[in-house]
Structure formats: structure tokens, C-alpha cells
Design a protein around this ligand. Structure first.
Ligand code: KDO
Length: 338
């Protein structure tokens, strides 16, 4: 039964202090429970920058709001499987994750413009797009349709082809029949097919074994992830197609945001932006050095006919149903961001 009297705030505080003193150390778990719990799920391997950025997020929040948040980082898809994060967030089972353009395009068809090969030029343009009016419009749609809010844009890197056996790849036609692993959604598979390969879905965590045993002929990922997940140990070639300047959006469930004070919301946003900045800086730096690293590891690094890839991939998207969902003028607006 609750105390029916309406105590003054002073009385309340005095009672609380007395109770805390009487309980001694055993009061601590009760206080800990009042922290805002932020569960994070990511398929990233611990060595990758978008995994390490979550520690930056946690540390940043611990500094700006000591003791207010309980940040729980779950990597390697140990909490939710890759691609299941947005549904978990909508159900209230998860507070934070990184969403790809492909995850978002399922719910916000206009967003598929960012799944298209050779659409975004480089990481600098990517940041400008998402920090400018296009980002504001798109993120509003994401919040309305998915009940999650993107807080910051992390650069995952520029996706390259990585093959198990050496192959002479100049144009998309040279990838005919290559079983190319892609993440498991039709938007991703479309990209693999647009590259000229036979796209086959597989979760990130199963790619290493797939390459090792030969159930797949190749995979595509940015170079830092090829290094972090050790795919270079089980492949012989990297074809520098640079087909997608890939983004990951640090996103939080609206339910979780709504339960916070405005000051907490601001601190969580600042921590997410610091995490993305850490990832972006390190990834860009590492990406520039990795070709040399892979060469030393014995991989062949080749550059295809990029014009042929551009033309063919762009044509596939322009003729697709995805392009029908792109608001008129959006591609021109993206191109105009410099
Ligand atoms: C992948 O499965 O290839 C991918 O790069 C897709 C991304 O959207 C992202 O899920 C990423 O994996 C994981 O974070 C693992 O690095």
C-alpha cells in the first residue's frame, strides 16, 4: 500500500534519505535500475570501426551524463540477427542500432535511391547529403514510417568486390555466373545482380565460412570490413569496383527518445555524433592504406573498366521499380550536393 498522505517535497526527500541510510549498500541496485537502459545490437565484428564507435558513444555519455545511462553493447549479431534490428526497435525490444539504406528502403521506398550503385560520390558528399535538407526530409519519413530516429550518419566505407579465385574482371559481363554473397534482402540482391553476378543471400557472420568452403565465390564489402572480418584470409582478389559509398545510420527508437528528458536527448544525440565522427575519421584513414596491406597478404588488387560498371549499374537502377519511388528531382538534387 502506498502512503495516502500528500507529503511535502522536503518530507519526501527526508524520508528517502532515511530509507537509503537504513538500507545501506543494498539501496544501490535500486538506484541502478533507474538508469535509462540503452540496448545496442550490431552485426559488426569487434575489430571494425563501427563496432568500436559504440564504446566512444558509451564513454561520451558517461562523461556528459554520469550514471544516467546503462549502455549495453552487443556485437556480432549476438542480440538480434542482421536486418532484424528495426523490427526489434519498433517492438520496444531494442533501443539503438545502425540501419543501412537497405533496411530503411523496405519501409521508406524513396530511400532506395541510396541503395543504388554509383549514386553517392564519396564520404564527404555523403555527410553533406545527410546533414543537409535532403537528410532532414528523408529522416522525417524514417521517423514517421519506422518509429526510429536517425541521429548520425556513419560512413561504412566504399564497397568493393572480393573474390575467392582470381578472375579477369573488366566489365559486369565478366561476373556472369559468379555466386556473389549479398546481405539477405531483395534490395541488396538487386545490387549484386546489377553488378552482373548471381547474387545469393547470406548473413554477414556466415560469410567467412562460405568463402572458405566455396559455397560462395565472392562477397562485397568496404576494405576495412574485409580486414576486420578477415575475409582476406580466404580470398585471392579484390576488384576495385567502388560500387557503393555505403552509409550506416545510428538510429534510436522513438519510444526510447520520448522517455528521456530534453537534456538527455541532446546528450544522446551528441554522443551518437561523436561516435560517427570517430568511425568516419578512422575508417577513411584506414581505407586509404589497405590496398597495400592486402597486397602484402598476397591478394591481387585489380581495377576494372569503371565506366562500364557505372553505365551498366546506373541503367539497371534507372529501369527498375525502385527508381519509380524516387521523388522527381531527387537524383538531380543529390548530384548537385558538392
Ligand atoms: C554486410 O553484411 O555485408 C554488411 O556490410 C551490410 C551492412 O549494412 C552492415 O549490416 C554490415 O554488414 C555489418 O555491420 C557488419 O560489418
Amino acid at each position: 500500500m502506498q502512503d495516502q498522505a500528500t507529503p511535502t517535497p522536503t518530507l519526501n526527500r527526508r524520508r528517502l534519505l532515511a530509507a537509503t541510510a537504513a538500507l545501506g549498500a543494498s539501496a544501490l541496485p535500486v538506484l541502478a535500475q533507474s538508469k535509462v537502459v540503452l540496448r545496442i545490437s550490431s552485426p559488426a565484428v569487434p575489430e571494425d570501426w563501427h563496432a568500436k564507435m559504440w564504446t566512444v558513444f558509451k564513454d561520451n555519455l558517461e562523461k556528459s551524463a554520469p550514471g544516467e545511462f546503462d549502455v549495453q553493447i552487443n556485437l556480432n549479431a549476438s542480440l538480434f540477427k542482421q536486418g532484424a534490428e528495426s523490427a526489434a526497435m519498433a517492438r520496444g525490444n531494442l533501443e539503438l542500432s545502425t540501419l543501412s539504406s537497405f533496411d530503411i528502403a523496405k519501409f521508406v521506398p524513396a530511400f532506395s535511391v541510396f541503395t543504388a550503385g554509383y549514386m553517392v560520390r564519396d564520404p564527404a558528399q555523403q555527410q553533406k547529403i545527410f546533414q543537409g535538407p535532403i537528410g532532414t526530409e528523408m529522416f522525417k519519413l524514417v521517423s514517421e514510417k519506422m518509429d526510429v530516429t536517425p541521429l548520425a550518419t556513419a560512413y561504412l566505407g566504399t564497397r568493393q568486390l572480393n573474390l575467392r579465385e582470381v578472375r579477369n574482371v573488366k566489365t559486369p559481363a565478366d561476373l556472369k555466373g559468379v555466386k556473389l554473397r549479398m546481405p539477405g534482402s531483395k534490395e541488396w540482391l538487386f545490387l549484386g545482380e546489377a553488378l552482373g553476378a548471381t547474387a545469393t543471400p547470406l548473413a554477414f557472420g556466415e560469410v567467412y565460412l562460405g568463402l572458405k568452403t566455396g559455397t560462395i565465390d565472392g562477397q562485397d564489402n568496404p576494405l576495412p570490413s574485409v580486414r576486420a572480418a578477415k575475409f582476406y584470409e580466404v580470398t585471392k582478389q579484390i576488384v576495385l569496383t567502388s560500387h557503393l559509398v555505403d552509409s550506416l545510420f545510428i538510429a534510436i527508437s522513438n519510444k526510447s527518445l520520448a522517455a528521456m528528458t530534453p537534456a538527455q536527448r541532446q546528450k544522446v544525440t551528441a554522443a551518437a555524433q561523436a561516435a560517427a565522427a570517430f568511425n568516419n575519421e578512422n575508417r577513411i584513414k584506414e581505407e586509404a592504406q589497405l590496398v597495400e596491406f592486402f597486397r602484402k597478404e598476397g591478394l591481387q588488387i585489380t581495377t576494372p573498366d569503371l565506366d562500364a560498371f557505372h553505365k551498366s549499374v546506373q541503367q539497371s537502377y534507372q529501369n527498375s521499380d525502385y527508381a519509380k519511388a524516387w521523388p522527381a528531382g531527387l537524383v538531380e538534387r543529390i548530384n548537385a550536393v558538392r
